[in-house]
Design a protein around this ligand. Structure first.
Ligand code: FAD
Length: 258
């Protein structure tokens, strides 16, 4: 079991290699656990692919593949689809030269110090944050669209079932209060910090990437302030532009792509 050489990366950047690796794992591994997708799961898949087609800031070849998949799902007349039919669309060799999603994973910002640490769940968070930010930039009409699609994907497909239960509980508690694109971006950020808080010190924590309340005061000094009683307070009016910039397409690097 040879470990790949460590890829140096900048923690202030987002890597397209992580996002494409996440899509590869989600579409070719996680979905493949379902021989037939129907009912609620089919609706979750439709919403997920539709949101990716609208907001994923991907390379043209990858966007073409997502569009083919979306078209296949939209043209679906029955109330179920086999994973085999999805796999055919995802099969790069069956597509034209301008349609492809790289096979395999190349984790960069989501590398872990051990093979069982970070990687796909890390990539999924980054993908979710990128999508909420892109939706705010795209001037859509439904501020809950991305979060609802993510919630459904996690509920129907996310391989870590305990994570899915936790996420569903958080969504059930407060997702209905999200009524603007800004609050959607901030909702995901604050729930992610809640998860970080819960997991700090747990076995799933990579010792080289400790769970912190993110962004740290070093990364975004203006995001942190102190209440009159000395307690920490987030300056959400500073956190929002920080997130908008961190997860913007101009902060996504093409390094390490094939
Ligand atoms: P991650 O938490 O995966 O974060 C990835 C990157 O996002 C960080 O490196 C940082 O750059 C950035 N980031 C960190 N915090 C924030 C923030 N608040 N806002 C925006 N960006 C941020 N694991 C469990 O053991 N139990 C669970 O219940 C659980 N629930 C999960 C629910 C979901 C929906 C997902 C996607 C994952 C869940 N996981 C859970 C996995 C866990 O949250 C981590 O993804 C995993 O432990 C890997 O951690 P990481 O160090 O790569 O950082």
């Amino acid at each position: 079991n040879t470990q790949e050489p460590w890829k140096p990366f900048n923690q202030y950047k987002v890597y397209m290699a992580d996002l494409e690796s996440t899509l590869h794992f989600s579409l070719r591994v996680e979905l493949a656990a379902h021989t037939v997708i129907k009912g609620e799961a089919l609706s979750s898949l439709n919403d997920y692919i539709s949101v990716l087609v609208k907001y994923f800031p991907g390379r043209p070849v990858v966007m073409n593949l997502l569009k083919s998949l979306n078209a296949r799902l939209q043209n679906q007349t029955g109330d179920e689809i086999s994973y085999e039919a999805i796999g055919e669309i995802l099969d790069n060799s069956a597509q034209s030269a301008d349609t492809a999603l790289p096979e395999g994973v190349r984790w960069v910002g989501c590398q872990g110090s051990q093979p069982h640490l970070r990687r796909y769940p890390c990539g999924m968070w980054i993908l979710f944050h990128v999508l909420t930010v892109q939706a705010k930039n795209s001037g859509g009409t439904d501020p809950k669209e991305v979060l609802s699609a993510m919630r459904k994907y996690v509920h129907s497909f996310f391989g870590c079932t305990l994570c899915a239960e936790h996420f569903e509980t958080m969504a059930g508690e407060s997702l209905s209060g999200v009524n603007t694109f800004s609050s959607a971006v901030l909702w995901l950020w604050s729930r992610h910090n809640r998860v970080n808080n819960r997991l700090a010190g747990a076995l799933s924590e990579d010792p080289n990437f400790p769970k912190i309340q993110w962004p740290s005061p070093e990364t975004c000094p203006a995001c942190h302030s102190v209440k009159d009683n000395g307690e920490h307070r987030w300056s959400q009016e500073k956190v929002l532009p920080f997130l908008m910039s961190h997860f913007s397409s101009s902060n996504i690097l093409p390094d390490y792509l094939e």
